[in-house]
Design a protein around this ligand. Structure first.
Ligand code: FES
Length: 74
């Protein structure tokens, strides 16, 4: 999950390139960069911004209820 200026976005942690954890990557605005080979994904859509990854990561709907954040994982 990423907090972008107070708005939360949830996405699959597994990079679609070779499976590294995106939660150990770096977040810059709406872009998360994989620590392994530098693929960058847009956390709001899951789309690839820069490769080597070719496929988007899955994103999940979020509902904020007070202090609780609910993530809809189908
Ligand atoms: S595993 Fe993420 S860029 Fe290679």
């Amino acid at each position: 999950m990423a907090n972008v200026d107070g708005e939360y976005f949830a996405f699959n942690d597994t990079c679609t390139h070779q499976g590294c954890s995106l939660s150990t990557g770096t977040l810059d605005g709406t872009s998360v960069t994989c620590p392994c080979h530098g693929s960058t994904f847009n956390v709001t859509t899951g789309e690839v911004v820069n490769g080597p990854a070719m496929r988007a990561v899955e994103v999940y709907a979020i509902t904020v209820n007070g202090e609780q954040v609910e993530i809809a994982i189908a």
